[in-house]
Design a protein around this ligand. Structure first.
Ligand SMILES: [Zn+2]
Length: 248
């Protein structure tokens, strides 16, 4: 019997409630707004959770932290309107700072048990040469929180949530910013939406930097679609939740 029939790669289009965990305000949209926009249009609930406060990436260094946070959130809400994000949560860990991995994992366990998503998207922590610790910690903490959601002996930050939680099925996890995709999502129909959403993040990019980023996304989306029957794609590694440990 083929292993794939025992542990099939789940279909992201079967997801109804998707939690998208990102290190910084713009990561979900930069990587997979094309795919997420389609999922929202098909009726899936999108919930974004941002791990850090993203304050190191703000362009205008004269902005106070409060003003910068307001600006970042304004950008994020504008993008969310385009993509179709239903709800947002923020953990507020210091961007590129000193914080505890297990504290992040405990927070993520709380939100996974509370929201009960049937699919989770996050950044691939095993991306070769990823140098940003926020990305590595977020991806790994999310993978562990997905694996351990049902093990309430592994406590979250909220005992009430843990006590009320009854195990639910998480069909799979989708890693973006990956170098080992097993699924190329066709984003031809939502490419314009993606770029409109990306352009909302003006607190983090000056106009020239934004144009460069869009040009990069443009080339990359065409490159990953080479050999496919469509013109633009987003690369994703989709795994069955049970494939997250002693990998199959
Ligand atoms: Zn990031």
């Amino acid at each position: 019997m083929a292993i794939e029939s025992l542990l099939p790669i789940p279909n992201i289009f079967n997801a109804r409630r998707i939690l998208c965990v990102q290190p910084h305000y713009d990561d979900n949209d930069m990587a997979v707004a094309g795919t997420l926009t389609q999922l929202a249009k098909l009726g899936a609930e999108l919930i974004y959770l941002t791990v850090t406060d993203d304050l190191m990436g703000v362009n205008d260094v004269l902005l106070s932290d409060t003003a910068a946070t307001d600006a970042l959130k304004r950008d994020q809400f504008a993008a969310a309107k385009i993509v179709g994000v239903k709800e947002q949560y923020w953990l507020g860990y210091p961007d590129a700072g000193d914080y505890d991995y297990f504290a992040v994992r405990a927070d993520l366990l709380k939100y996974i048990r509370l929201i009960q998503p049937d699919f989770v998207f996050t950044v691939d922590p095993w991306l070769t040469y990823e140098g940003h610790r926020d990305h590595i910690q977020t991806g790994l903490a999310t993978a562990e929180a997905v694996m351990f959601a049902g093990l309430t002996k592994i406590t979250s930050t909220d005992p009430t949530v843990d006590a009320a939680y009854e195990e639910h099925e998480i069909q799979g996890i989708a890693f973006y910013h990956t170098r080992e995709p097993n699924y190329i999502s066709d984003i031809s129909s939502t490419w314009e939406d993606k770029i409109d959403a990306v352009r909302c993040y003006e607190t983090q990019f000056d106009p020239e930097g934004m144009n460069r980023r869009v040009a990069l996304l443009d080339k990359k989306s065409e490159q990953v679609a080479q050999g496919q029957s469509f013109a633009r794609g987003e690369p994703i590694k989709v795994l069955n939740t049970s494939a997250l440990h002693v990998g199959i």
